[in-house]
Design a protein around this ligand. Structure first.
Ligand SMILES: C[S@@+](CC[C@H](N)C(=O)[O-])C[C@H]1O[C@@H](n2cnc3c(N)ncnc32)[C@H](O)[C@@H]1O
Ligand SMILES: [Zn+2]
Length: 354
């Protein structure tokens, strides 16, 4: 028996990773902070049913639907739903089949498949409304982060970056992908929270209906340029990449995109989730870090910079402190323990390193 939150789960032959507890805890907090009794929740890749069961037991919502297309997983969901005395709809079906035949829309949709979200986003858009919250996990980090660039181009339609920025670029490629499909259905996306946790990339979005909403989120997508020679980077929104030369050293730059260049967090939402989690389980170091993170595209890896500059290593905390003393915004980042996010330019950062 595996106990998590208020759920008591028998695994059977279904998939359950205890290491994903943090992301499930945040997801429960997210639903608890945003749902009412009538909110309709779809746990579209239920596995053992742990998420749907926790949403039912730990939030106000009492309208939970759980799907799984694998027979053993479906049996496990049914057993766990009965054992936990949960009144939910459980279906032995695929997301694709379900969304083609179901009527009505959901307020929350959780997709947590094996691998990436690529094959599922188009289908879930058939059962959404203005304001639907999407909670989406990808575990194909190797694809999104550039170990297999052709797979990223094929699945996500984007060129990835394969360097120290690859994880942040990967999650931004994932959001760009959702924004592109949402726009086809006349929806825009608001990004409420993005989390990189080991090999999980999880995003929490809210859909906004209408042509203006769709176009305004597409306007927040574009390209990242990176100079391998000096570490300078720039980004530009738009459908066509224009900049290619490094304005610091004149070298050609590598380009990744399209990717999301808007905010990664809604800090009001993050604060709500933090206080919920603090009340339930003490603290959440991961969310504290996110709450403190300066929400600007891309960080500077201090060890990568000191290596390039051939200078002594320096703690990222020290660099943050020095940048702040000079009046700049500067914080650590969830994407790299040695990374710094700041609004200072690369020249000022170099001054704070030496
Ligand atoms: C990673 S597991 C889910 C884990 C679960 N959400 C948790 O937190 O423990 C992915 C599940 O998605 C199911 N699945 C994969 N593709 C699916 C599809 N197209 N429709 C419905 N379920 C699917 C698999 O059978 C598997 O049980
Ligand atoms: Zn350069």
């Amino acid at each position: 028996m595996y106990v998590e939150g208020k759920a008591k789960i028998r695994k059977g032959k279904a998939f359950l990773n205890p290491r994903a507890k943090f992301l499930r805890d945040v997801s429960v907090a997210f639903v608890a902070c945003n749902a009412s009794r009538g909110s309709r929740i779809l746990d579209a890749t239920a596995g053992t049913g742990i998420r749907g069961i926790r949403y039912y037991l730990e939030t106000k919502s009492k309208k939970v639907t759980m799907l799984d297309m694998n027979r053993s997983a479906f049996r496990s969901v049914v057993d766990n739903v009965l054992a936990n005395k949960v009144k939910a709809d459980v279906a032995f079906t695929s997301i694709q089949e379900f969304t083609n035949t179901t009527k009505g829309n959901f307020d929350f949709i959780d997709v947590d498949p094996f691998g990436g979200i690529g094959p599922y986003v188009y289908d879930i858009m058939k059962v959404v409304r203005d304001g639907t919250f999407l909670m989406l996990t990808s575990t194909d980090g190797a694809v999104l982060c550039g170990a297999h660039p052709s797979a990223c181009m094929k699945i996500y339609g984007s060129v990835p970056m394969h360097n120290e920025l690859c994880q942040e670029a990967g999650i931004r490629i994932m959001i760009n992908f959702v924004a592109g499909i949402a726009a086809q259905f006349n929806f825009g996306v608001e990004v409420l929270l993005s989390i990189w946790d080991a090999h999980y990339l999880r995003v929490f979005l809210r859909l906004r209906h209408g042509s203006n909403a769709a176009l305004s989120s597409l306007k927040k997508t574009g390209y990242l340029h990176y100079c391998r020679k000096c570490g300078f980077r720039s980004w530009e929104t738009g459908f066509v990449a224009k900049e290619y030369k490094c304005s610091e050293c004149g070298s050609g730059m590598e380009t990744a995109g399209k990717l999301w260049l808007g905010n990664m967090y809604d800090k009001e939402e993050v604060k709500r989730l933090l206080s919920y989690l603090k009340e339930k389980q003490g603290s959440s170091k991961e969310l504290e870090l996110i709450n403190d993170e300066y929400d600007v595209p891309f960080f500077y890896s201090i060890p990568v910079m000191t290596k390039r500059m051939r200078s002594m290593s320096v703690s990222p905390y020290k660099v943050v402190e020095r940048l702040r003393e000079k009046g700049y915004q500067a914080t650590k980042t969830q994407f790299d323990p040695s990374g710094v996010k700041t609004n200072a330019d690369i020249g000022k950062i170099k001054e704070c390193i030496t």
